[in-house]
Design a protein around this ligand. Sequence first.
Ligand SMILES: Cc1cc2nc3c(=O)[nH]c(=O)nc-3n(C[C@H](O)[C@H](O)[C@H](O)COP(=O)(O)OP(=O)(O)OC[C@H]3O[C@@H](n4cnc5c(N)ncnc54)[C@H](O)[C@@H]3O)c2cc1C
Length: 380
Amino acid sequence: MDFALTEEQTAIFDMAHAFGQDNIAPYARQWEAEGTIPKELWPQVGELGFGGLYVSEEAGGAGLTRLDATLVFEALSMACPSVAAFLSIHNMCAKMLDNFASDELKARVMPDVLSLNTVLSYCLTEPGSGSDAAALKTRAEKTNEGYVLNGTKAFISGGGYSDAYVCMVRTGEDGPKGISTVYVEDGTPGLSFGALEQKMGWKSQPTAQVQFDDCKVPAGNLVGVEGDGFKYAMMGLDGGRLNIASCSLGAAQTALNMTLQYMGERKAFGKSIDQFQALQFRLADMEIELQAARTFLRQAAWKLDNKAPDATKFCAMAKKFVTETGSKVVDQCLQLHGGYGYLADYGIEKLVRDLRVHQILEGTNEIMRVITARHMLANR
Ligand SMILES: Cc1cc2nc3c(=O)[nH]c(=O)nc-3n(C[C@H](O)[C@H](O)[C@H](O)COP(=O)(O)OP(=O)(O)OC[C@H]3O[C@@H](n4cnc5c(N)ncnc54)[C@H](O)[C@@H]3O)c2cc1C
């Protein structure tokens, strides 16, 4: 058992970290205030190979493992978890297309997906179905030319901003087996968007409903096989959960680094606050918790890479543990900054707000417990 990163993995982390510090961190608060990430950023990210992190090299991707990808998201989220998490969603979609789209669809769309000239959104949730995603109602009626879509997707990250939408829609019976995946390009007649959602965090990412009103999609835009869409959507989520957890980890590590620094500078009662043993213990607890979270996350990623039978359970457990640890750590870091932690200039309150949603999406942390318990009961 080897817990060390390889030289190549260290280089991947360093490259992503340097890119984030140079090109994202200085602008993160501005983008948050503007409510959008400049589109020009994405082709630069694409040049690093981050538009298809785990798409195979033969198919034009970076061919990284899931474990490698967690390093990229950990490193980028040290600059801004909102931007890093948005890239995770694109990569989840890119991998779904790489795995299941027809050669014709791939030839048409993948070059721009990989270069991030086409930014992708993932459309599963609906106003009436979130955790119970298989209850989705957006209908895709088959026609001679393809499909006609009617319905609404809710909470879509990149809604109205992305260039294409990977959508889970109902082509058949009720339940998971009646769901298919279709690729819907921006500008398709009948595709429209709701108003921008006002959110607690992830403010640089536009979030909106995606609406289909007799939206005609050509048959060639079906991804994979009709009726298998829910399976594809769930397969994407194991990796998505690792990435979201990595985003919590990187942001929490940044908060802890800032807090270590701050506590050496801030004085109270005639000494720097890092001299109070009660506070030193809190630093130690945060370090222990983050190291445990990192090890658990990388173990889960390793299981997914090695197709371990309990990989899904480990991805769920790690997502729950790491996102909750990350939120706890950033909240403690805010506390250790005193009143200054509450001010935007110190950069901690944004992390508290950004990380909160990681406990809700890619499956809520209650659903992570449902998955874990289900595996435990099935294997007792
Ligand atoms: C900022 C943001 C961005 C998002 N981006 C996307 C996106 O890009 N694409 C996308 O498809 N979706 C996206 N989502 C949607 C997100 O995945 C859902 O909000 C999430 O899955 C929860 O669904 P829900 O909000 O309908 O809550 P519900 O499913 O209604 O859950 C409400 C509460 O009940 C609990 N609960 C539900 N079922 C169970 C159960 N069986 N056992 C125990 N507890 C249960 C939940 O954990 C939660 O606490 C986004 C959400 C947000 C907030």
